[in-house]
Design a protein around this ligand. Structure first.
Ligand code: CA
Length: 406
């Protein structure tokens, strides 16, 4: 018999008005999805994506290869479901979600992953991140353009390069390892890993706390740091697998075949080299310019070109291929084109259309969201977001409303 100790929590955090994360913790299948999208679509995306994953639980597969294939198929089905739903329902356009899912097959652990949620392995007092973050800054770290430390605090760290629901042709990372007795698997959304460091996570997981207390401690720590995002944590402690049949449990983890899910990263890396060089050639500055200035311009060029040409980027809450958002321009709410980010001195956004709605008319909590930018599927969606933006009910706003409208 397999013995697991499982605990899971999803928490709204202290800033967001909704919880767009979702989780599944079943018998042998576990998953975290971090939804994102204009309007209220993020939670629809994450919940939709989990359905095919949940359907895996309880099924029996003849061998490891087919188990992993089933996990991959479920993630592709999740992608199709979100893509289809977003296409059919105008108020869900532009939604997407991360998805990090695992299936336990005896002692084997299969991981499938898209986005910037994470799966960690804790073994022998060490924490190993099993998944790669599909983010702009992770790409830059791989390229040697940023250190891991710089990436952890980078203002654009939430720009995601792959997500469920964006593109019918999805690249999925998969990984298979053999677990040892005492191993712990942690699945989590970036609402945990943003505010809480790997060292702190390891400290909690290797402490005395039982699983349910450990996950609560992790959530509490993120909230103590301000809880800036939804926080989701799934902890699976692999106590023992007594059945000797499945696989040999001796030695270190057996990495059967990590699959980076296509070559998006390599294409991106090649593109930044090529286009970064092009951008530099068109520039007056010479080679003794600080290297950071060069790559920043390169990134800006690549970001725009990739957004327009490839259309496969999903930035934070930003779908660059349909890159509209609603933000604030001075005292007015406005529709922007691009993404609410800057790379060095280069802003990746511009006003597409002003509106006659002033900041004073809008509810304070929504002004905070507008300052970060609210993603829109297209111009019509952006106009709808402005029309339906929660209004401030206070007297001051009523005065402004009377003066400013009608
Ligand atoms: Ca998140």
């Amino acid at each position: 018999m397999r013995r697991l100790d499982v605990a899971a929590i999803t928490d709204q955090g202290r800033v967001r008005k909704r919880n767009e994360d979702a989780l599944y913790a079943g018998e042998a299948v576990f998953a975290v999805a971090d939804g994102m999208g204009g309007h209220l679509a993020g939670d629809v995306a994450s919940a939709t994506a989990l359905l095919p994953i949940e359907a895996l639980d309880g099924r029996v597969f003849p061998d490891a290869a087919r188990t992993r294939e089933a996990l991959l198929d479920a993630i592709l089905a999740a992608n199709s479901a979100v893509v289809t739903k977003a296409a059919e329902q105008p108020d869900l356009r532009g939604m997407g979600t991360t998805l990090t899912a695992i299936i336990l097959e005896g002692r084997r652990l299969h991981v499938g992953h898209v986005g910037d949620s994470r799966a960690y392995l804790v073994r022998d007092g060490a924490l190993t991140q099993l998944t790669s973050d599909h983010t702009l800054v992770a790409q830059l770290v791989e390229e040697g353009q940023l250190t891991a430390e710089q990436a952890a605090y980078h203002p654009q760290r939430s720009i995601v390069t792959r997500a469920i629901g964006v593109d019918p042709n999805l690249a999925v990372d998969t990984l298979t390892i053999d677990l040892l007795d005492g191993d712990q698997i942690l699945l989590c959304s970036d609402g945990l890993t943003g505010p809480v460091s790997d060292v702190e996570i390891l400290g909690v997981l290797t402490g005395e706390a039982p699983a349910d207390e450990a996950v609560q401690q992790l959530v509490d720590t993120a909230n103590a740091r301000g809880g800036p995002d939804n926080i989701t944590v799934v902890l699976v402690r692999f106590i023992a697998e007594d059945v000797a049949a499945s696989t040999n449990g001796e030695g270190g983890p057996t990495v059967i075949r990590p699959d980076r899910g296509g070559d998006t990263g390599e294409h991106w890396a090649a593109a930044i080299r090529r286009l970064g060089a092009l951008g530099h050639a068109g520039d007056a500055e010479e080679d003794d310019e600080r290297p950071t200035g060069r790559w920043q311009r390169g990134v800006a060029i690549v970001a725009v070109l990739v957004a327009l040409v490839a259309g496969t980027w999903f930035g934070g809450r930003w779908l660059l291929s349909r890159s509209f958002f609603v933000g604030i321009d001075g005292d007015q709410v406005a529709v922007y084109h691009g993404v609410p980010a800057s790379v060095g001195p280069v802003e990746l956004f511009w006003v597409a259309e002003p509106s006659d709605v002033t900041v004073e008319e809008i509810a304070d909590w929504y002004v905070v969201e507008l300052r970060d930018g609210v993603a829109a599927a297209d111009l019509a969606d952006a106009r709808q977001i402005i029309r339906s933006a929660p209004r401030d009910e206070t007297e001051a706003a009523e005065g402004a409303g009377e003066a400013g409208r009608e």
